[in-house]
Design a binder for this molecule. Structure first.
Ligand code: TXA
Ligand code: MG
Length: 310
């Protein structure tokens, strides 16, 4: 159900979660200090309680309400990428973030979204927690229709049309002087390196250590269809590929756009995955023949996770 920005703010004030657009994907929003609304978010999504939520702020300076004086590198990152799709995980000042939001971790995740509607809602309500507005495990939502498909036609959605970026924020954290990417995302490692001077490291979770990035443990972005990421497309039912390439077409074709335009592929990716299910496709071959650098690396990460059953 499409709602106005006034209705979105009113429902949030009453403690009812609503979906709102961000530049990355649609978020399922609740006010940071409304524990009951936050509880509903976990329930609506079917999200495990030990997967923490990102806190969305309207101003860079609001970070000072939650953490001790930011380091000079964090200042650089915030000013380079906020507002925008970078999420910074940081140790918090005790009692500034409800435990449910952080799943009991001593850290919390922060970002300032760029979308004007998200900014307006946060300015009116205060900081919002927002996981992606999809059932846990499913592809994220980049259109209001996707939210309605997962949560039902009556679920309140603030319509911002298609999300321009189409992939979630990059989640990063500093540990013992080194920067780690906890989740690949819309800001590639190469862009972070331009600011930090070094490429951030990919975080590899050791089984015997407490998870630094709990979200990475779960099945993600998956359509019901089985995705084949290798070999040739001959026998498959459907193809996810590029509009400027020729394939031996045996079934339906789902286009990621031009093979030279990673922004377009990012924007179309979750729609393609969802369209497979709408068309009751059981098996699709995916053209993975693209360079695994910059934004393409995030696209590859999402497809590999979408294809995996863990
Ligand atoms: O682009 C985005 O980030 C979207 C839009 C709506 O802002 N949000 C989003 O939220 O993707 P979600 O909940 O789907 O993913 C949040 C990720 C999860 O992988 C979670 O584990 C991680 O951020 N995260 C949150 N708090 C964390 C913390 N304290 N430590 C480590 N990872 C954290
Ligand atoms: Mg998500």
């Amino acid at each position: 159900m499409r709602i106005s920005i006034e209705q979105a703010c009113e429902l949030l004030k009453q403690g009812q979660p609503v979906a709102i657009p961000t530049e990355t994907v649609y978020g399922l929003a609740a006010p940071l200090n409304n524990l009951q609304a936050i509880d509903s978010i976990f329930q609506i999504k079917g999200r495990p309680k030990n997967n923490p939520l990102i806190i969305h702020l309207s101003e860079i300076e609001s970070i000072n309400d939650f953490i001790e004086t930011p380091s000079s590198e964090i200042e650089l990152l915030m000013h380079a990428f906020w507002p925008g799709p970078l999420t910074i995980v940081h140790e918090i000042v005790p009692n500034t973030v409800p435990e449910q939001v952080r799943s009991g971790l001593p850290t919390a995740a922060f970002r300032v979204p760029k979308h004007p509607l998200a900014q307006e809602v946060i300015r009116s309500i205060g900081p919002l927690v927002m996981p992606s507005a999809n059932l846990s495990g499913r592809p994220s939502s980049t259109l209001p229709e996707h939210v309605e498909r997962d949560f039902g036609d009556n679920f309140p959605v603030l319509d911002g049309g298609l999300c321009v970026t189409g992939l979630e924020s990059t989640v990063i954290m500093e540990k013992e002087g080194l920067w780690y990417i906890l989740r690949e995302g819309a800001i590639p490692a190469e862009a972070l390196a331009n600011v930090l001077g070094n490429l951030p490291l990919s975080f590899i979770q050791r089984k015997d250590e407490a998870p630094l990035s709990p979200g990475q443990l779960y099945k993600h972005y998956s359509p019901k269809a089985k995705l084949i990421l290798e070999g040739n497309p001959a026998e498959e039912e459907a193809i996810i590929g590029f509009s400027d390439r020729n394939y031996p077409l045996t079934g339906k074709f789902f286009s990621l756009g031009s093979s030279t335009n990673p922004q377009e592929a990012a924007q179309r990716l979750y729609s393609c995955l969802r369209e497979l299910d709408d068309a009751s496709i059981e098996k699709a071959w995916v053209d993975m023949n693209f360079p695994k650098i910059n934004l393409w690396k995030t696209i590859a990460d999402r497809l590999i996770r979408a294809a995996s059953n863990i």
